[in-house]
Design a protein around this ligand. Structure first.
Ligand SMILES: *Cc1c(COP(=O)(O)O)cnc(C)c1O
Length: 388
């Protein structure tokens, strides 16, 4: 079932039923809170539109993205649900966003002013979520700057230029359950909401929870949760739990077909700089994926793949377009399937295994799968009688 689709060389096969199953589990966890499926960065590498539709099928009612272009692409595809885009530098095309009914974020007065200017230009009230920095020290207004941001937002609300649809913030340590900052950030967020309300703002949604907090910190759910990585069936981190612990199912399987096999003698140096040398006569197998396709160069001699039923470590340096696997005496031929990672059902490594091997997080493994690798979507949403 999870074999490659039409592409003969390589494919990231994404099972949208796994996305639906995972989102249904998140919606259940969210309880009374609504669920915003985060589909930024091309749906964490899984294909934004197909995954957005599958998430909506399964009960998500909002979509979240980082940047305006992503939000506009969702609208261009005909999706009409609330869409929130939270990252913009000065001078971005916010009028297009306001015209397309995209919810925008403001962490500072200049952002409110740019959104207000866009709203006046378009002749439409802009929906804004003002962001409090509750301890991540990334986006958001500091505690000191929060009251003046609320006052500026209240003034624009009184003019009907903006509508403060939300108050929000983001966690620093949600993937370390029980970390003291989680409780502290919930407390600061509650205070920020109180200050906003005292300023006269009436936000419709308060939201703070990413995947980890959606899964394990019900106190952080408020009105809306913003899971991302878990939409794609992956756990936000090993300390939170395994996907199965939460009813999540990893959606992506990255596969390729061998481009060449050959017998070589013992003592053969393999790939650039001969960082791998064969210890016996063996069969080398060439995999047509490289760092241009998102296979990290650091995976050389480190990460494993599944070939002919065996886990095999990548032999030597990962090149831009290809890498080599030592298949030993296995009978492998050009065209045979190799699985880099997947849900693990067939004994293949998982994205989490790759992350562990490389000292990174599974987010980076799936999101960096390159544009040259086609996404093959299984079980797409059928709308108006045709798959979309
Ligand atoms: C990416 C992101 C999320 C989703 O985080 P996950 O850990 O993938 O669930 C939520 N909110 C913001 C602001 C983000 O940048």
């Amino acid at each position: 079932m999870r074999s490659q689709s039409d592409n003969p060389r390589a494919c990231a096969v994404v099972d949208l039923d796994a996305v639906r199953e995972s989102v249904a589990a998140l919606v259940a966890r969210a309880g009374n809170a609504a669920t915003m499926a985060v589909v930024k960065a091309d749906g964490y590498g899984h294909g934004m539109l197909a995954c957005a539709r599958a998430a909506l099928d399964a009960g998500a009612t909002w979509l979240g993205v980082a940047v305006v272009e992503e939000a506009l692409a969702l609208r261009a595809a005909g999706l009409t649900v609330p869409v929130f885009a939270w990252l913009a530098a000065p001078g971005e095309p916010l009028a297009d966003a306001v015209a397309a009914d995209i919810d925008l974020s403001a962490s500072a007065p200049w952002a409110l002013e740019e959104i207000a200017a866009a709203a006046r230009l378009v002749g439409r009230t802009a929906r804004v979520h003002i962001k409090a920095d509750t301890g991540l020290n990334r986006a958001g207004a500091t505690e000191a700057d929060w009251p003046s941001l609320c006052e500026a937002a209240a003034a624009l609300t009184a003019e009907d230029v903006i509508d403060v649809a939300g108050v929000w913030s983001h966690f620093a340590f949600a993937d370390s359950p029980g970390h003291p900052t989680v409780r502290a950030q919930i407390g600061r967020f509650t205070d920020a909401v109180t200050i906003a309300e005292k300023t006269g703002l009436r936000p419709q949604v308060r939201h703070l929870a990413n995947s980890a907090a959606t899964l394990v910190s019900p106190d952080a759910h408020f009105d809306l949760v913003r899971p991302g990585i878990s939409v794609y069936g992956l756990s936000p981190g090993p300390d939170v739990g395994s996907p199965a612990d939460f009813g999540l199912r990893p959606a992506m399987t990255l596969t390729a077909r061998l481009a060449l096999t050959k017998r070589v003698p013992a003592g053969s140096g393999v790939s650039y700089a001969h960082r791998y040398v064969t210890t016996a006569e063996t069969t080398l197998a060439l995999v047509p994926l490289g760092y241009a396709d998102g296979v990290p160069r650091a995976a050389g001699n480190t990460a494993e793949v599944l070939l002919a039923g065996h886990r095999r470590r990548i032999a030597g340096t990962v090149c831009m377009d290809q890498f080599v696997v030592d298949a030993g005496d296995d009978l492998v031929r050009a065209g045979d399937e190799v699985i880099l990672f997947g849900p693990g059902d067939r004994g293949e490594p998982t994205a989490q295994d790759w992350a562990d091997a490389l000292g990174t997080i599974n987010y980076e493994i799936v999101t960096r799968v390159g544009a040259r690798v086609p996404r093959g979507h299984l079980n797409p949403t059928v709308a108006q009688g045709r798959p979309s």
